[in-house]
Design a protein around this ligand. Structure first.
Ligand code: NAD
Length: 361
């Protein structure tokens, strides 16, 4: 297969971790006979330094022309970096928001996996961590409360604030379809999370999700109220496969789920639109405190590259090969500093990438 990949290395540790993900992709291409081409794109602080703005129209157009975009992280130290002396709309993070909007990325995917080798980092009780978990949180990203009308007005001498929560059938249907498609590639279970006992938008959410489910008879659908889901994530996370939910609930639940894995350098993510296109990036930031030291954990970015192969190119076998290689490296006791524990062997960013490559093929 020919793959045209846009690459945004970004700021801080971004270039270091993206280089390792590209190394792993090259290894996959070599072993499985694919052809990769990379277009380097500037976004965030790196773009401000060259272009004066965090995202140019040309970069957005080039991203649109790619089959998928692999990204590191963007941003710097807000206290010391000159990027944060600029007005908010010119800062690195504004570039990311414009990119997501420009690419119409309405579905955010965040896996939360507890590897048995890293269960020591899991803050949950030992008997829960022992069972491990592997879930995918699918969050609607462009609708709901965060995008509704808002106002703060004085009424009868008192300030009153309002935020509107709106979802259309169409917005729910397109994310639900995406959620069921993802479940078909996994353990075929969808937990749709809402607050249907209170909110109209949640009642519509539930109705539309049930309609979409009819087209996926192999997938088991269950509904769960968001307050219960927040509890179940710490009580019995192993029960979840795909959690499908709206914007604000997903914002909160995906952070909760990533906290229970205990290791930020391991968390991949993807944002998808209606086509096969996706933006793939680690969940963590640009870690300016360790940038340039060669110690950042590249695994989240490498796992994001695996997601890209799975969801943008339907290369499940190749994605499995990367994920299995990551597990083997962990089983062999190799760790970057952020996931280091007693008795393990500490290695740097490049060596982690090399070791993962050595287990592919
Ligand atoms: P951060 O995630 O960059 O760092 C938090 C802590 O985790 C730091 O101690 C860091 O060293 C560590 N860490 C993060 N990723 C790591 C990795 N791969 N390997 C080893 N250790 C890792 O969060 P922050 O310090 O709050 O933010 C730094 C910058 O990143 C800010 O400018 C912020 O806006 C930006 N940011 C960008 C994104 C993105 O690009 N999507 C996301 C979050 C934060």
């Amino acid at each position: 297969m020919e793959m045209k990949i846009g690459v945004i290395k970004g700021d801080g540790i971004g270039p270091e971790i993206v280089d390792e993900a590209m190394k792993v992709l090259d290894r996959v291409a070599e072993v499985y006979g694919h052809s990769l081409s990379y277009t380097q794109l500037l976004m965030g602080g790196a773009s401000i330094d060259v272009n004066g703005v965090p995202l140019t129209d040309e970069t957005l157009a080039a991203a649109k022309e790619s089959d998928a975009v692999l990204m590191g992280s963007i941003g710097g130290d807000a206290k010391t970096s000159p990027w944060y002396k600029l007005e908010p709309s010119k800062r690195p993070e504004a570039g990311l928001l414009s990119l997501r909007k420009g690419l119409n990325l309405f579905a955010n995917l965040r896996p939360a996996v507890l590897y048995s080798e890293l269960k020591g980092a899991c803050p949950l009780k030992e008997e829960i961590a022992e069972k491990g978990f592997d879930m995918m949180i699918m969050r609607e990203l462009t609708g709901g409360l965060y995008f509704g009308k808002r106002s703060t007005e004085k009424e009868n001498g008192m300030l009153v604030a309002r935020d509107e929560l709106t979802y259309s059938e169409e917005e729910i249907r397109r994310i639900a379809k995406r959620g069921f498609d993802i479940a078909m590639k996994r353990r075929k279970k969808v937990t749709s999370v809402d607050k249907a006992n209170v909110l109209d938008s949640s009642r519509l959410w539930r109705k539309v999700v049930e309609e979409v489910a009819e087209d996926y008879p192999e997938v088991k659908l269950e509904h769960m109220l968001v307050d219960n889901c927040a509890m179940q994530l710490v009580k019995d996370p192993a029960q979840f496969d795909v959690i499908l939910t709206e914007n604000m609930f997903g914002d909160i639940l995906s952070d909760e789920a990533s906290m229970v894995t205990g290791s930020i350098g391991m968390l991949a993510s993807a944002s998808l639109n209606e086509t096969k296109f996706g933006l793939y990036e680690p969940s963590g930031g640009s870690a300016p405190d360790i940038a340039g030291k060669g110690i950042a954990n590249p695994i989240a970015t490498i796992l994001s590259a695996a997601m890209m192969l799975r969801y943008s190119f339907d290369l499940d076998r190749e994605a499995d090969a990367i994920e299995n290689a990551v597990e083997r490296v962990l089983q062999d006791g190799y760790r970057t500093v952020d996931i280091m524990s007693e008795g393990m062997t500490q290695i740097g960013t490049k060596e982690m990438g090399d070791r993962i490559c050595s287990y592919i093929g």
